[in-house]
Structures are given as C-alpha cells and as structure tokens.
Design a protein around this ligand. Structure first.
Ligand code: UDP
Length: 454
C-alpha cells in the first residue's frame, strides 16, 4: 500500500488556514502526503508570503479553488464568502479527487475538512472516501453548535437561531456562560445574513455526523466540561507550526521578522504584544486612542498594525506617532506571532481573543488583556478572565469607547499581578505536557492518525 494521502480543506480565512497547516505538518511527519486546498484568493497570498520569507512546505502540495466571488468583492463579509464557496467548491473537490484517483498518482485516501466546511465531508461520503472534521475554534463553541436542537427546544432561540430573549445560560455546570447576544452567527452584517450563517452552521452539524472522527484544537484540561458533554470529540491541541518546524506558515500577509531582533534587545518580561488577528477593525478615533494608551503606559510595546486594522488609517498621523515612540514601541504590518509569544521579553498580550491567539498565549504562559471584537471572541474572553483567570478585560464605555487612561491602568494591573502570571505559567506547563509523548493530545493524535490510515 502507498502512503496515506489526505486532502485538507480549511475555511478560507486566516484563523483556519494556519491551524490546518499545522495539522498538515504533523501528518507529514507521520508519513502522510497532503494536498492542501486554499481559495484562489488566499492561495496567492499564502504563496506570496512563503516565497518572500523563504519558507518551504515540504510534503504539502498546495492547490487552489475559486471561492465564487468576483476579484474585488469583500471577503470579510462572511455571508457573501460562505454563499460563494458553497456554490463552487463542491464540484471542484469532486473533480480534483476524480483526477487524482485516475491519474495513476497517489490516490486520495481521506479528506480532513474544517468543521465549517461540511460540504467537503458530504463530497467525501459521496465518493466513498473516509473523512474527519477538524474544529479550529474552542470546543465550547462546537458544543454550543451541536446543542442547537436543544436550544430551540428549550426556547432559548427560535428555529432561525434568533434569541427569544436576552439571557445568559450555561450548557452544563463548569462551562463558560453564554450570552444570547454573543452567538457566533450574530457576526453577520444584517438579520438576513445571521439567518444564513445559522443555517450554514446547522448544515455543518449534520455533515460532521459523516466524519469518522472530529478532532479539536484544544486539550482536555483546558475545556474539560465540553469534553465531558461530548466525549466523542478528540482534543489534539494546541497545534502550532512554529513548535514543529521552527516557523509559522500560511500567512496571508507578509511577515515582518525584524521585530524578533527588536525583541531580543528588550528586557525579559517587559513588552506588551498588541495584535487583533486578521479581521478586527477599529474606528479611526479608537485606533488613535489605543496608540496613545500604549504610549502612556510607558512600557515597550510591539503592535501589529495590519493594513486594514482601522477604517481608514491617517498615514501622516501614524508616521508621527511612530517617530515619537521610536525608543519605546515597534509597529509591524504582520508579525510571526507564534514566535513572538514564545519570546522571553513578552510580558502580556493585548488581544482580540481569537481562538488561535488565545491558544498561542496559553501555550506560552502569557497573561492577556482581552479586547474582543466579534463572534466567539467574547466567549474566549470569559474563558481567559473568569475560568482560567489568566487575564483582565478591557471594558468599553456605554458608547463602546476605551479611553487611553484605561489602557494604561489595565497594563499596570497586569504587570503587577504575580498570581495571574503564575496561573498563566501553570497553563503553559499543562499545555506542553498534553502535546508531549504520552500526553493526552499526543495520544489522541496518534489514534487519529491510525484511524485515518486504516
Ligand atoms: N497572526 C500572526 N501575525 C499577526 C497576527 C496574527 O501570525 O501579526 C496569526 C496568529 O498567530 C493566529 C492567527 O493569525 O494564528 C489569527 O487567528 P485568530 O484565531 O487568533 O484570529 P482571527 O484572525 O481568526 O480573528
């Protein structure tokens, strides 16, 4: 028998491409050949950042599918994006598998799809190919999604996912509380969009039943009540590429690695790392206030100012700011975040609390300042602040605004909080034990690999 050959398909967004590439690398190390599917739009960006950075993706064959949107369309509009790829990608996948299986090359032996790409699991089923689902967000989010029929039955939401009233509830004791205003499908731009995303989630739930296994980027100790509720979910995380191959891959932006030598020059435990992932957007006023808050804090800071981090960045103002804080802060367009968080100079992480950023902070024992933007990020904040107790929340006022003084105050609090740092280090230790030989995630990963090879 030849090598196992897996087709791997992330949802076409940064926070999905990175962990699925990490998974791909782990599978290559276990003898798998990988065909990795990006949308054309993301493929071009991933390849551009790879070639400039000189990174290789050995053992991983990168392929692209159209996403059904026109070149200039807004891919941050999740409804549009979802409607687009669902229309065109299933046919592309069928054709690719047919081509691969008749060309005399490596037959496709399994499909591993993002749990948010249920259509791929349906294609695998139709073509008689074994499949698995990978869950890239917290297991608590998956538990919520899988509980949708109960939420409807209990009158918490209607059949379209709309909350019947404003309330906070728990799925089971020990799980973080949910507020009905913070459901992930509420991240669409209008009511119609929310309904469409909700429908998409319920159809993904059904598709996941076709998967032989559902693996999660998490670990037992981190979310044990969720795994008690759904014992069939298999945690294999935290999956991080930089730990496996010494560098992160799959970036949609050019990585500025110069910040690593800047970090080398900073004292241990002194730097605030500030990054809000790939999608969060600030308004101009808040963006500038954040900058002034960082300056006011007096601490060194490394701030990722993604090209589209604010709705219109005043370049002249930003240049002035950059000049003024030259001795204190460094601004980059996109950082090698996993390496940054592992650097001894990092003292805390001012974060939007995307799940990958959350896990990366946990894995490296870094306390958080939480400033969630949308979707599951509010739940991740609850985990950090109230369950694991490894961070503090930034609290916008009634107008949704955070003044610079609060930023300074919270930074001061986190720098002084030794207990929080100790707890963050405890979680780091647990996370590292889970992924070491003999650890729970490591064992789960091995049994997953075996089941995909059978
Ligand atoms: N990231 C990075 N450099 C940056 C900002 C983010 O490498 O400057 C990576 C980060 O390490 C994480 C991913 O981008 O793996 C963002 O995923 P997350 O789930 O945190 O947030 P999202 O972008 O989905 O909102």
């Amino acid at each position: 028998m030849g090598s196992p050959h897996a087709i791997i398909i992330p949802y076409p967004a940064q926070g999905h491409v990175i962990p699925l590439l990490a998974l791909s690398h782990s599978l290559v190390a276990h003898g798998f050949k990988i065909t990795f599917i990006n949308s054309e739009f993301n493929h071009d960006r991933v390849v551009a950042s790879l070639s400039k950075g000189g990174d290789g993706v050995e053992g991983i064959h990168m392929v692209s599918f159209p996403d059904g949107l026109a070149p200039g369309e807004d891919r941050n509009d999740l409804r549009k994006l979802t409607e687009g790829f669902v229309r065109v990608m299933p046919r592309c996948l069928e054709e690719l598998i047919e081509r691969m299986n008749t060309s005399g090359g490596d037959r496709v032996t399994c499909v591993i799809a993002d749990g948010n790409m249920g259509w791929a699991l349906e294609v695998a089923q139709k073509m008689g190919i074994r499949s698995a689902a990978f869950w890239p967000a917290s297991t608590a989010v998956l538990a919520l999604f899988l509980n949708i029929p109960n939420l409807i039955q209990d009158g918490i939401i209607d059949a379209n996912g709309m909350p019947e009233r404003s309330e906070t509830f728990q799925l089971s004791p020990g799980m973080p509380p949910w507020n009905t205003s913070q459901f992930s499908w509420k991240c669409a731009r209008d009511l119609e969009g929310e309904r469409i995303i909700f429908k998409f989630i319920t159809s993904n739930n059904q598709a996941m039943e076709l998967a032989k296994t559902i693996i999660c980027n998490s670990f037992y100790d981190l979310e044990s009540p969720s795994f008690t509720l759904f014992p069939n979910l298999l945690p294999v995380g935290p999956l991080l590429t930089s730990q496996q191959i010494g560098k992160a891959v799959g970036h949609l932006w050019q990585v500025d690695t110069n910040c690593m030598s800047w970090l080398d020059e900073q004292p241990a435990n002194s730097v605030i790392y500030v990054a809000f992932g790939s999608l969060a957007v600030f308004n101009q006023h808040q963006f500038q206030e954040l900058a002034l808050g960082l300056e006011l804090s007096g601490h060194p800071f490394l701030w990722v100012v993604r090209r589209n981090l604010a709705d219109g960045i005043d370049d002249a103002w930003l240049d002035g700011f950059r000049d003024r804080v030259k001795g204190q802060g460094k601004l980059v367009g996109w950082s090698p975040q996993q390496q940054v968080l592992a650097h001894p100079s990092i003292a805390c992480f001012l974060s939007h609390c995307g799940w990958n950023s959350t896990l990366e902070g946990v894995k490296n024992g870094v306390p958080f300042l939480c400033w969630p933007y949308f979707a599951d990020q509010f739940l991740n904040q609850t985990y950090i602040c109230d369950v694991w107790k490894t961070g503090l929340s930034i609290d916008p006022d009634d107008r949704g605004f955070v003044p610079r003084e609060q930023i300074k105050e919270k930074v001061d609090q986190i720098f002084l909080n030794e207990e929080m740092k100790a707890r963050a280090l405890m979680w780091k230790d647990i996370a590292n034990r889970c992924i070491k030989e003999g650890g729970s995630s490591h064992k789960n990963f091995k049994s997953f690999v075996d089941s995909m090879k059978e």
